[in-house]
Structures are given as structure tokens and as C-alpha cells.
Design a binder for this molecule. Structure first.
Ligand code: DC
Length: 231
């Protein structure tokens, strides 16, 4: 099989992770969730008592040397270890989403996580999801997708996801948080969450999951074929 790099970017709740997982399965490659890395740094920031706000989280920079992050694949599932401990779903709460967004505005944090991400993609065929994969992490990716959906569809999905994880939150809270986070992610100075010029835009506002997987897989296969990489 050829070495394959697929970049999936877009705002939170657009369905990046569930779609990417399904496409990874269909293509027989690894799914890499890079948001989990920012969530893990965010988790550490909370551990040391920093607030989840852009300006006040900056002292995390002085603590990055205390952090070791490892990404492992256990039964095909990505597990992120913080200083030897698998954090599991503890990084998935709404609180951790805000922490992740806050630490992700800090250039030193982004630089700190750069090699981990590049390394995984160099060693494996991947479909990697995040905000700056097509622009910064894998600028030479074979296929770049910018995945979007309406804020309402995204918030509905996220509410369901949180409920399934036993961390329920209201639609109103989730929508408000999401819009705040979008604004912060889009307008930060380093690696803003924007589409690469050569990305294919894919709208995932509709509800039919299987339909979306099929359509996205087709777009990706077509992109790979253009690069002479058929799988
Ligand atoms: O994809 P997610 O919701 O788990 O991401 C959490 C936060 O991390 C999100 O607010 C933006 C940030 N992030 C980023 O800046 N760059 C990435 N490649 C992935 C996530």
C-alpha cells in the first residue's frame, strides 16, 4: 500500500472525528485525532490551577517541560498518555473543550505538539483531523478536506455525544460554547482554523451518517487517484 496522508480540518462538531474514523476503517489506515493532544495539554493546565482563558493560560509555557505526551493505538483506538497515564474520556468534557481551545492559542504549545503529529504521519498512513493539518502539519497531504456543517447541526451532534459519554449539557450551552470557541480558533494569530487553499470543502449538515461516509470516502478516493495512490 502507498504511504498516504489525508488532512481533515474544520470547526468542532462538524463530524470530523466520527467521519474520519469511518473513512480510516474503510481505507484500512490509522485515524489520528489531534484535538486530543490539545485537550491533554489543557488537562494539565487545569491540574496546575490555570484558568481556561486565553490570556491567563500563557504560564503553561513554563510547564511544558514537565509534560510527556505519548500516542498509542490499542485495538485500533487512539489512546493519549499524559506522563504515563491514559486519560481516556476525561479529556472529553465541555470544560476540557474550553481548556483545549485556550491552550491551542499559545504558539509554544503548538510548537510543542508539532513533532508528535508529524512523526505519526511519517510512520503511518493516516487520516488526521484537526484545525491546521492541511495548512501547517501536513502541507503536502495527498488529500485535504475542509469539513463544515451548520452551527445548529454541530451543536445537536455534540449534545448527543456528551449525553452518550455520561456528561450531559444543554443545547443552548453547547451552541454558545461552540460559537465562542469557533471565534477563538478562527481568529488566533498562530495556525488559525481556516481551510487550506487546496482543500476540498465538504458540507456535513445532513443527518444520514452512512451517506456522509460514503460521499466523503468517494471524494478522498478520487483525490488519492489523482496522486496515483489508489487503495
Ligand atoms: O477537535 P477538538 O474539539 O477535540 O479540539 C479541541 C480544541 O483544540 C479546539 O478548540 C481547537 C484546538 N485544536 C487546534 O487548535 N488544532 C488542532 N489541530 C486540533 C485542535
Amino acid at each position: 500500500m502507498p504511504h498516504i496522508q489525508i488532512a481533515i480540518d474544520g470547526p468542532s462538531g462538524a463530524g470530523k472525528s466520527s467521519l474520519s474514523k469511518a473513512v480510516a476503517h474503510a481505507l484500512g489506515i490509522i485515524y489520528v485525532d489531534t484535538g486530543a493532544l490539545y485537550r491533554t495539554v489543557g488537562y494539565y493546565a487545569r491540574e496546575i490551577g490555570l484558568p481556561a482563558a486565553k490570556a491567563e493560560i500563557i504560564p503553561i509555557v513554563d510547564h511544558l517541560h514537565e509534560i510527556t505526551i505519548e500516542v498509542k493505538y490499542e485495538n485500533g483506538v487512539q489512546c493519549v498518555y499524559l506522563n504515563g497515564e491514559n486519560l481516556g474520556d476525561r479529556i472529553r468534557s465541555s470544560d476540557m473543550s474550553m481548556y483545549a481551545s485556550a491552550v491551542s492559542t499559545v504558539p509554544e504549545v503548538r510548537a510543542f505538539l508539532l513533532d508528535t503529529q508529524k512523526d505519526i504521519a511519517a510512520k503511518n498512513s493516516v487520516i488526521m483531523d484537526g484545525r491546521d493539518i492541511g495548512t501547517v502539519i501536513l502541507p503536502d497531504a495527498d488529500v485535504k478536506i475542509f469539513l463544515t456543517a451548520s452551527p445548529e447541526a454541530r451543536a445537536r451532534r455534540r449534545v448527543q455525544e456528551l449525553a452518550e459519554k455520561g456528561m450531559p449539557d444543554t443545547y443552548e450551552n453547547v451552541l454558545a460554547d461552540m460559537l465562542r470557541r469557533d471565534e477563538q480558533d478562527r481568529n488566533r494569530d498562530v495556525a488559525p482554523a481556516i481551510a487550506a487553499p487546496d482543500a476540498v470543502h465538504f458540507d456535513n449538515s445532513y443527518d444520514g451518517f452512512d451517506e456522509a461516509v460514503e460521499a466523503l470516502t468517494a471524494v478522498i478516493r478520487e483525490g488519492l487517484a489523482k496522486k496515483g495512490k489508489e487503495i
